[in-house]
Design a protein around this ligand. Structure first.
Ligand code: ZN
Ligand code: ZN
Length: 237
């Protein structure tokens, strides 16, 4: 049902468990066509100096699996600053995810207004962000009406994150509200695993359960097929 997992962490994220080739084989076994390698940005101790170098040298197709060169950038503060290492003109990310995470810069924050300002300003400031990830994270409540409006305006897809449901990091009430709003307004959705380990990577069952309950036909899921993913990312192949 979903051919591309656009949110996967490798060993290079301090929290990921697998090497690139292990992930390729996990994705193959699950019958998917592609995934995006979206390791955390340097604020999470991901080594900055190797970020572009290694992504640049990575072939686009490994053992028949299309691997998108990506990053999950952390939104640093409510001025919308993004932890996104920029390199020379020979490298550009194929996919940029962005989110609020617990980090030294933006700690656990129950201030909904401040969280919302941070995410919305980041989306407006950085038009290259493709997907806003896990906007129903328990510890960072957001004004989802404002978020869905901004996502429409900036052509950003909203992530329905499987691992957050699996690991109890999701505010289920917020997830349901998000699906209701996105269905009504026509937001693009990206259904991803956010897998850090073999049992999570390429897995979408819990996210799909919610989407099916709200009527899957109501949603434009950008990563449903490889073709729709390429179109969403503005890539030829
Ligand atoms: Zn994240
Ligand atoms: Zn992630």
């Amino acid at each position: 049902m979903i051919e591309c997992d656009l949110h996967v962490h490798s060993l290079r994220s301090t929290c990921g468990f697998h090497t690139l080739l292990e992930i390729v084989s996990i994705i193959q076994k699950k019958g998917l066509k592609a995934f995006a390698l979206t390791d955390h940005s340097p604020v999470h101790q991901t080594p900055r100096s190797y970020f572009s170098v290694m992504l640049k040298r990575m072939p686009p197709v490994i053992d028949g699996v299309r691997v998108f060169k990506g990053i999950e950038a952390t939104i640093l503060d409510d001025t919308g600053d993004l932890d996104l290492p920029e390199f020379d003109e020979t490298f550009s990310y194929e996919i940029i995810l962005a989110a609020l995470h617990k980090s030294g810069h933006f700690e656990y924050n129950i201030n909904k207004e401040k969280n919302t300002r941070a995410v919305i300003t980041a989306l407006k400031k950085h038009p290259k962000i493709h997907v806003v990830t896990h906007p129903f994270y328990k510890v960072f409540p957001l004004d989802l009406d404002a978020l869905t409006d901004t996502a429409l305006e900036t052509n950003t897809a909203i992530e329905i994150n499987n691992s957050y449901i699996l690991t109890n990091k999701a505010n289920i009430e917020a997830l349901e509200q998000l699906l209701e709003l996105a269905g009504k307004k026509g937001n693009m959705l990206s259904v991803n695993s956010d897998g850090h380990m073999f049992n999570e990577i390429g897995k979408f069952d819990l996210a799909l359960e919610f989407i099916i309950r709200y009527g899957i036909e109501n949603y434009n899921i950008v990563n449903r097929t490889l073709e729709s993913t390429l179109e969403f990312l503005g890539l030829e192949e």
